[in-house]
Design a protein around this ligand. Structure first.
Ligand SMILES: [Zn+2]
Length: 291
C-alpha cells in the first residue's frame, strides 16, 4: 500500500449550506446512542470473547442501560436515534425491541463493530451488508442512518453506504452544521450530521482493566456539556451527542444526562430531532435551493 499524501482537503465534501431550523429554533440537538453492547469489546479484539468480565461492560446495555435510557426519553418526551450493531440486535432482541416500539429511530452501526479498514475493503463492505440483514431479521427495520463503529470512514465506504441506501452519516468531526459529502467521482454522497467529540460519554465515563482511564463526574462533565452546547446554540449549530447506554445508562451518569437534557429543553428554542428528521429537513432545504 502506498499513500497519497499530496496537499488537498482530505474531506472533499460540499460546504455546509446556510441552514434555518424548524419552528424558529436557533439551534438543533441530535441525541444519538451507540448501542454497542459487547461488540465494543469483541469487534476489534475477538480474543475478548473468552473474557467474560471484560465483555460484561457491554452486557450492561441489555441488562440495565437500554431500559434506563428509554425510561429517561419517555419521561422527557424525547425521540432519539439508536445506532445498533447487527450483532447486538441478534444477541439481545428483547432489550432492543422496546427501542423500536417506543418510536425511536434505529441506525446502522456495523455488524460486529469492527473499525472500517481501507486495507480490508471486502470486510468493511460485509460489515454493512450483515448489519442490514441482522437489523431486518431481529427488529424488522431498514436504517437510513449510519454511524461508523470506532468512528472511521474512507472514500470507498462512503460510496458503498450511498449505494446501499444509507442517506446520512453521523461520524465526522469537521463542522457544526450538517453538510453533504462528495464522493470520489464527484457525485453527491450522504448527508453528514457531524458529531462533537465533547459529547462522547466514553471519554469521561469508561475505564476498564485493559484501557484504564480517569473517570470524570458531574462537576467536570455537566459544565463542559452546558458550555459547549450554549456556544454551539449561539452559533446556530447542531449539538450531536455520542452516548452509550453502557456509560450514560449507569446511575450517576444517567442523572448527568438528565440534567443536561432538561437544560436544553428549558431553552425553548432548540429543535430536538432524530437523525432521520434532521436529514429530511436538510434535504428539504436543498430542494428549495435548487428551485
Ligand atoms: Zn460504537
Amino acid at each position: 500500500m502506498t499513500y497519497d499524501l499530496s496537499p488537498r482537503p482530505l474531506n472533499p465534501a460540499f460546504e455546509a449550506p446556510p441552514i434555518t431550523w424548524p419552528n424558529g429554533a436557533k439551534s438543533a440537538l441530535f441525541i444519538g446512542f451507540d448501542v454497542d453492547a459487547e461488540t465494543a469489546w469483541i469487534g476489534n479484539n475477538p480474543s475478548n470473547i473468552d473474557r467474560m468480565v471484560t465483555t460484561s461492560h457491554g452486557g450492561y446495555d441489555a441488562r440495565v442501560g437500554i431500559a434506563k435510557i428509554l425510561e429517561l426519553m419517555k419521561e422527557l418526551g424525547l425521540k432519539a436515534t439508536f445506532f445498533v450493531p447487527g450483532w447486538t440486535a441478534l444477541a439481545h432482541p428483547a432489550a432492543c425491541e422496546p427501542i423500536v416500539q417506543a418510536g425511536h429511530e434505529i441506525g446502522h452501526h456495523g455488524y460486529l463493530h469492527k473499525m472500517p479498514d481501507r486495507e480490508k475493503l471486502e470486510d468493511a463492505f460485509e460489515e454493512i451488508d450483515r448489519g442490514f440483514e441482522a437489523l431486518e431479521q431481529a427488529l424488522g427495520v431498514t436504517p437510513i442512518g449510519y454511524r461508523a463503529p470506532s468512528g472511521e470512514n474512507f472514500p470507498e465506504l462512503l460510496a458503498y453506504l450511498a449505494k446501499s441506501g444509507v442517506r446520512y452519516s453521523s461520524s465526522f468531526r469537521d463542522d457544526i452544521l450538517p453538510y453533504r459529502h462528495r464522493l470520489a467521482d464527484g457525485r453527491p454522497g450522504l448527508v453528514e450530521i457531524p458529531v462533537n467529540f465533547a459529547f462522547d460519554d466514553w471519554n469521561f465515563g469508561m475505564s476498564s482493566r485493559t484501557s484504564p482511564r480517569p473517570l470524570f463526574g458531574r462537576d467536570a462533565v455537566l459544565p463542559l456539556w452546558i458550555d459547549e452546547f450554549e456556544a454551539t446554540h449561539a452559533w446556530g449549530g447542531i449539538t450531536t451527542l455520542v452516548l452509550h447506554p453502557q456509560v450514560s445508562g449507569r446511575p450517576m451518569r444517567w442523572h448527568i444526562l438528565r440534567e443536561f437534557l432538561l437544560h436544553v429543553q428549558a431553552k425553548g428554542d432548540v429543535w430536538i430531532a432524530t437523525g432521520a428528521e434532521i436529514t429530511g429537513h436538510f434535504e428539504h432545504l436543498e430542494g428549495d435551493q435548487d428551485r
